[in-house]
Design a protein around this ligand. Structure first.
Ligand SMILES: NC(=O)c1ccc[n+]([C@@H]2O[C@H](COP(=O)([O-])OP(=O)(O)OC[C@H]3O[C@@H](n4cnc5c(N)ncnc54)[C@H](OP(=O)(O)O)[C@@H]3O)[C@@H](O)[C@H]2O)c1
Length: 361
């Protein structure tokens, strides 16, 4: 069998040597959540609380539509304020999840006010000056930040957590990635559309979709992002490939993605077909993934128990299973597997909070 070494779990030693200005300026920062009324915003609030992230104030920001509403946070009803440049005065840490346009417009103001920004949108992810971080994979990239850190695309994080421990031991030479993405990846309005469309379908009533251009109930469809007329890949597929290369520090890694929306409320599932530089057995892959941080093996062939989005929902870990040799490659260098992960948690809020934790002195 080929020599396989297990990746070390994330430890304080793995954290980057941050310069003094790259840490948060206080251990109990004032935290702004931009997009606090959204699907990711709600999880950010819950995640900070659940992980005991010490702060000296939460500022909840959203659009003018939400200003004045209250949101439960830290055991209180906190009033939502309108997102403006002035709202960042005194803020030390700004967690953005209100879409790329808001991030482009307001993240620079937050940085000018002295905050470190962790951004969930796609606005800065491929900017060479902005680290794109999954702490279990490339925490060291945080050392490059100059005020803005990007949280990767949710499918890239979930696929990446399963791929990286294998890639580290035996470099991936080609990845074919097929996603089965939940409504929650499209935000609160898309989740509501799936629920309302399903209720209408079951009641035999007509339903006109508002968020999507197709009927969602009992259906699945190519990811609702624009298709590049030249490559014929949609934006989600392009992001998944480009961002995985950046996170892995593997600019040439060949990745072909097909991204599909499925009528699942929460948690993305992903089929991976991976080819490696050397033969890799399913047993060796299982051992590597069993030791990998942020991953839980769910791979019981006898019981036909494998990852599902329902089982992944609400969990921090990404579930990995159905690990088997891809028999279409007689060289023994290819594996197939199936992954499910809660993209509102590890794909967004949890990853963001883990980055914030790494920025504490
Ligand atoms: N959903 C996911 O799994 C996921 C994963 C990774 C990254 N992301 C990214 O996170 C961001 C938010 O996603 P989401 O799923 O939470 O969406 P969402 O449920 O639709 O929430 C959007 C949030 O943005 C706010 N917002 C919208 N327009 C605004 C404006 N003009 N000014 C200020 N705030 C505004 C909304 O406030 P109002 O309620 O006032 O409209 C709401 O709080 C997106 O950039 C998305 O790409 C999402």
């Amino acid at each position: 069998m080929n020599q396989i070494t297990s990746p070390a779990p994330l430890s304080p030693d793995a954290l980057p040597p941050l310069g003094p200005t790259q840490f948060l300026r206080r251990r109990d920062p004032v935290v702004a959540i931009v997009g606090a009324t959204g699907a990711v915003g709600a999880e950010l609030i819950a995640c900070l609380e659940r992980r005991g992230f010490a702060h000296s104030g939460l500022r909840l920001l959203a659009s003018a539509r939400s200003a004045g509403k209250t949101v439960p946070a830290a055991g209180q009803a906190v009033e939502v304020q309108e997102l403006t440049e002035a709202a960042f005065e005194g803020v030390d840490l700004a967690l953005f999840s209100a879409g790329a346009a808001r991030s482009r417009q307001f993240a620079p103001a937050a940085v000018r006010a002295g905050a470190i920004v962790v951004d969930n949108s796609s606005a800065f992810r491929m900017d060479p000056g902005v680290p794109l971080v999954v702490p279990e994979i490339n925490a060291a990239a945080l050392a490059l930040h100059s005020g803005i850190i990007a949280n990767p695309n949710c499918a890239a994080i979930i696929a990446g957590l399963a791929m990286y421990p294998l890639h580290r031991a035996d470099p991936i030479t080609r990845a074919v990635v097929t996603t089965y993405q939940a409504a929650s990846g499209g935000g609160a309005a898309m989740m509501e559309e799936l629920l309302a469309g399903t209720r209408a379908y079951l009641a035999g009533e007509a339903f006109t979709p508002r968020v999507l251009s197709v009927d969602y109930a009992f259906n699945l469809f190519s990811h609702n992002t624009a298709v590049d007329p030249e490559t014929l890949y949609n934006d989600e597929e392009t992001k998944l490939a480009q961002e995985t290369r950046k996170i892995f520090g593997a600019p040439e890694l060949p990745i072909a993605a097909t991204c599909i929306r499925v009528p699942v409320l929460r948690a993305h599932s992903i089929a991976l077909n991976l080819s490696f530089a050397r033969p890799l057995s399913p047993e060796a892959a299982r051992a590597l993934l069993n030791a990998a941080p942020g991953v839980r093996l769910v791979d019981d062939a006898a019981a036909n128990h494998f990852p599902t989005p329902r089982e992944a929902s609400g969990r921090d870990e990404v579930l990995v299973g159905r690990i088997r040799t891809d028999r279409s490659d007689p060289s023994g260098r290819s594996l197939a597997m199936f992954v499910a992960g809660d993209q509102l948690l590890k794909g967004a809020a949890l990853n963001t909070v883990q980055i914030a934790e790494a920025l504490l002195k």
